[in-house]
Design a protein around this ligand. Structure first.
Ligand code: ZN
Ligand code: ZN
Length: 367
């Protein structure tokens, strides 16, 4: 039997349930879960703030595992066979169809209506399709990525969902060499966005967030300046950003905070003709009031939403992690680990911002 932590419905304690050993069909792969993570999205799932979630579910959308079994030959995207005992991760999004209007015409695959997400939109009664489980069944066609040489389990999971989400947000921002970039939010997405902004050739990177330990990590991830939202008022933050940009504002502002109030502030931090990427509002946290004349139209502001991630973000994010893992220590984000029985505590540690990155460790793997 395989044990898994199950979120039966919002706001209920998670239950550890037993499932039969998975029997992979042709093209499927069984992983022994080494670790999974608690993403901010899991906290939103717990509060029932994401539409269309088929509770009960096994949470955990970004995970690392050891290949136990493949049913027939399964190839990775580089065309190499996936081997038993290999340490791999995989794109949590599956069943992007490649046939619909969004996939084919708009080429916006994160908006494909057929996509399903491990740990979020697969129900627990369909099997081991979430990472808070001793084993994960990878359906045929799930995009598997072996961890590159030198990238350890803790490196990858330290980045986790934030690595590919931060990568996507920075890609949407079209940062130019020498730009000033403000990142609103200092969680795992914000820290990855800080690193990728730096690697994109930003001149100044300013991180607005809290608490202090996350801002210290932002500095380690090469932020030039950090502004603590608990100490520095919105007016002072604006004054600071204007002060380091000769009164113009930042070329690019990236919102990854999850707080709708950040979106009231963000446009003012951007220069006229600048770009504002909103990636942190993954769930509906409410409405805000902005002034469309002053904050958008007169500003000639480019506003871009950023939804989900695609395989390209995971793949290229991981390449950069392998290349720069000594310079940006994603592993340092990992602050807490929890067993399956402790899933409620794991969620609470992230909700209260005690943990920068909390891991769920279902089996025998340890940090
Ligand atoms: Zn599609
Ligand atoms: Zn996530």
């Amino acid at each position: 039997m395989v044990r898994a932590a199950v979120m039966t419905q919002p706001l209920q304690p998670l239950e550890v349930r037993e499932y039969p050993d998975p029997e992979p069909a042709a093209g499927e792969v069984v992983l022994e879960t080494l670790c999974s993570e608690v993403c901010g999205t899991d906290v939103h799932l717990y509060h029932g703030r994401l539409a269309g979630v088929p509770y009960p579910i096994i949470p955990g959308h970004v995970s690392v595992g050891r290949v136990m079994e493949t049913a027939g030959e399964v190839l990775d995207v580089d065309g190499r066979p996936v081997e038993r005992d290999q340490i791999v991760t995989f794109l949590d999004v599956h069943e992007t169809c490649g046939h619909c209007w969004y996939c084919l015409v708009a080429q916006e695959t994160t908006k494909c209506p057929h996509r399903k997400v491990y740990g979020i939109t697969y129900p627990a009664d369909e099997g081991l399709l979430g990472g808070w489980s001793e084993q994960i069944l990878l359906k045929a066609g799930v995009k598997i990525v072996p961890l590159p040489e030198g990238v350890e389990v803790v490196d990858y999971i330290g980045g986790g969902c934030g690595l590919s989400t931060g990568f996507h947000a920075v890609e949407r921002a079209d940062i130019r060499l020498g730009d000033t970039v403000v990142v609103q939010g200092s969680g795992p997405v914000g820290l990855s966005a800080t690193a990728f902004a730096r690697l994109s050739g930003a001149d100044q990177v300013i991180v607005v967030g809290a608490p202090e330990n996350r801002l210290a990590l932002a500095e380690a991830f090469e932020a030039d300046h950090t502004l603590d939202i608990n100490r520095v008022s919105p007016d002072e933050r604006l004054e600071f950003v204007l002060g380091v940009t000769a009164g113009r504002g930042a070329d690019v502002v990236i919102e990854v905070s999850g707080n709708p109030q950040a979106v009231v502030e963000g446009p003012d931090l951007a220069r006229d003709g600048g770009t504002y990427v909103i990636a942190g509002q993954y769930t509906d946290a409410g409405s805000i009031t902005i002034n469309p004349h002053l904050q958008i139209n007169k500003k000639h502001l480019n506003i871009r939403g950023c939804w989900g991630t695609a395989f390209t973000h995971v793949y290229r994010g991981l390449r950069l992690m392998a290349r720069y893992r000594d310079r940006f220590r994603w592993r340092d984000l990992v602050s807490h680990t929890f067993l399956l029985e402790e899933a409620d505590e794991a969620l609470a540690s992230v909700e209260k911002l005690e943990a920068t990155k909390a891991l769920v460790v279902p089996g025998t793997w340890r940090l």
